[in-house]
Design a protein around this ligand. Sequence first.
Ligand code: ADP
Ligand code: ZN
Ligand code: ZN
Length: 817
Amino acid sequence: MAYFADLILPLPLDKRFTYSLSDAEAEFICEGMRLAVQFGKNRIYTGIVAKIHQNPPQVYEAKPIHQILDEKPLVSLHQLKFWSWISHYYLCSEGEVMRAALPGAFLLESESIVKLRKNFDFPEEKLNDDEFLVVEALQRQSSMKIQEIQELLDRKSVLPVINLLVEKEVVELNQEIYEQYKPKEVRFVRLRSEFEAEAAMHRLLDELSNAPKQREILLTYFSLTANSRKPLKAKTLCDKSGATSAVLKSLVKKGIFEEYYEQTDRVGFKGETFNKEIIFNKYQQQAFDQIKSYFAEEQVCLLHGVTSSGKTEIYIRLIEDVLKTGKQALYLLPEIALTTQLIKRLQDYFGDKVLVYHSRYSLNERVEVYKHVLSNSEKGQIIIGARSCIFLPFQNLGLIVVDEEHETTFKQFDPAPRYHARDAAVVLAAQFKAAILLGSATPSLESYFNADHNKYALVELNRRYGEVLMPDMEVVDIKTAHRKKKMTGHFSERLIEEIKESLEEEEQVILFQNRRGFSPILECNTCGHSPQCPNCDVSLTYHSHNNQLRCHYCGYHIAMQQKCMACGSDEISTKGFGTEQVETELRALFPDARIARMDQDTTRGKHSYEKIITAFENFETDILVGTQMLTKGLDFRKVNLVGIMNADNLLNFPDFRAHERSFQLMQQVAGRSGRTKKRGKVLIQTYNPYHRIIQQVSTGNFSEMYREQLEERYQYKYPPYFRLIRLTVKSRDFSKTNDAAAWLATALEKVFERFVLGPEFPPVARIRNEYYKNILIKIPQKQSLGKTKAMVHRILSSFGTIAAFRSVRVIINVDPQ
Ligand code: ADP
Ligand code: ZN
Ligand code: ZN
């Protein structure tokens, strides 16, 4: 009997691929293991075994596998099921899900390795310079990758050189697969056993009396190991004795110390815990009890609790309870960079049971977290992290908390799978029969609608913890202020007054300006020209700190221009304003204040975000200027004033969710004010003080906002009443993009009629020299989602067979944000 394995390969292919297995292989291999297989010409890929069976494929001859990579499954059956759901729901391939789900280090790839032939007999003097360099290098290191040879010869095209060397039978090529993950090794030291006896020790110290540094190391060693049998790191010994590692090395050379290496974990927490008991106030207790009873009925639960109402404490207690049952808990957050504070709160409570997982982590760190969760070790019990955490190999998940559930960064935008982690988490929880809680001070319309229609259970928490009042909101009409000349740059008189007062009282201030997309652009006062990105349809924005004009889409940049590039006039000025400009104006207004800025530009490095937050927490900063990054879940004690610099550029965003988002954003920023006893203050500067959303934000009227927005969504056929699928056609050729989009729209209209919108160019229709055009499909509630998707799939398949459109790509986004 022949055996076959269906594999998921990390490629955007519709199908699984079948390989043949020998009897012995079939005996050993099980679902969820990785196999290395050949696919296409000479390429080796890592595939995951999705199924083992005995039916040979119909249309091709199954190839044998190349290599078995695991001894035990790396992917659980739960995961395979979940991947399959994601791929069906979000219309992408299982291979794409696999790429997103597994840390890159698990996906081995093939690469050519160049080796010297043993006993080659080509006369070395006949090699040219390049060849000689390569041969010489290969005599020192047994093998080299192509890339290393490129570096050696300092150019890209090295294949001709290698080919000639192969022909001359000097070198050979090997296809080698290598595992990318390397366990971290730590160097330890110990005294050689012959010196452990008391007498030997004294002799040693005497011998070293004219080598004071070495003697110092030895003494430090004795004091550090006197009461502890723990292995001693070489680094610790050097640090404590103040010696360099060279001194230690010389002791190793003399045979006094020996070095040894051990693997350690990169991840994990090393501090102490302060597991202080949480005592709920009566509102928290009520909410907690309600949540528990809904969980018992297996309901998805939405917690609508105002900012600073103590939701986090409720999450902590829920997690504690689920750990007691021996199950795992997952705490999902919108963007992990924004959570240093929260991670610390959880680690203070749960210690090293908390594992953090996110994309800023290195390859190796991610592998370690994955393995901990897979083995359900003590360490893998609580996972906290951003959206990709839903792909971890949970064994028995008991609880998912989705914090700030309204956040749009839960939706992956690029590449596929374009999943929404909150919605996928609901499915994941159902798969494990785990409890799931969505929490927010400003729930998304979708989730609130679900609660409104009894699909989710709703729990409300309307009071701030400690009876702190909601901040006092004041709307400042900057249109009038401008007319009356009561503005200094972008600051109204009111805002300046309030900042002054806060500084006098030694309180802190947060100023919010919408994301850097609104940074200043350069405009010629004579002809109106502003410098454009050559690759994208956007204006370049001005960055004062390096005096550059930059494109936010592709990174293209040029030096700041002194003259208009179109007409040569030197009357040019910057229009619009971003965080950087707020900061500059602020420094002029308050020269003595300590000011910091937090946006994408200032938080690039791994720890830069933490540094800014920590400085603010430690009161080393008086005023923090920032973008959306400031809105999320931060708990500062001494902030009593929050200023929203300009509410209008939020409201005027061309998007059906713009109003909902503006409400959420402003409510969240406002929530950073006055979290302790004193009542906080929020100033909203706007040109439209009577805008409904501004009114609703200033009165904190969530339910009115919800009702009015819902009414609009109904009228204009948007979620939650209609579901959306957006197709984006993309290519380097403008007219092909147009033709392809028109073809698709026509095909779709035949089936979905008036529920097809577009094709239409997005606001930025060219990025990195590729043209984009969108088609939107609206799906009424009573129309079957499954059938609709099958139909879209069919139309896309016939689209794929049209030769003229071969260079055109179609991106599918289900539930676009
Ligand atoms: P939210 O997550 O709803 O914005 P938090 O959980 O951050 O609110 O709570 C706000 C503040 O109140 C935090 O500083 C938190 O430590 C404190 N707090 C909340 N509940 C309790 C409690 N039961 N006991 C002590 N402090 C609490
Ligand atoms: Zn000009
Ligand atoms: Zn660009």
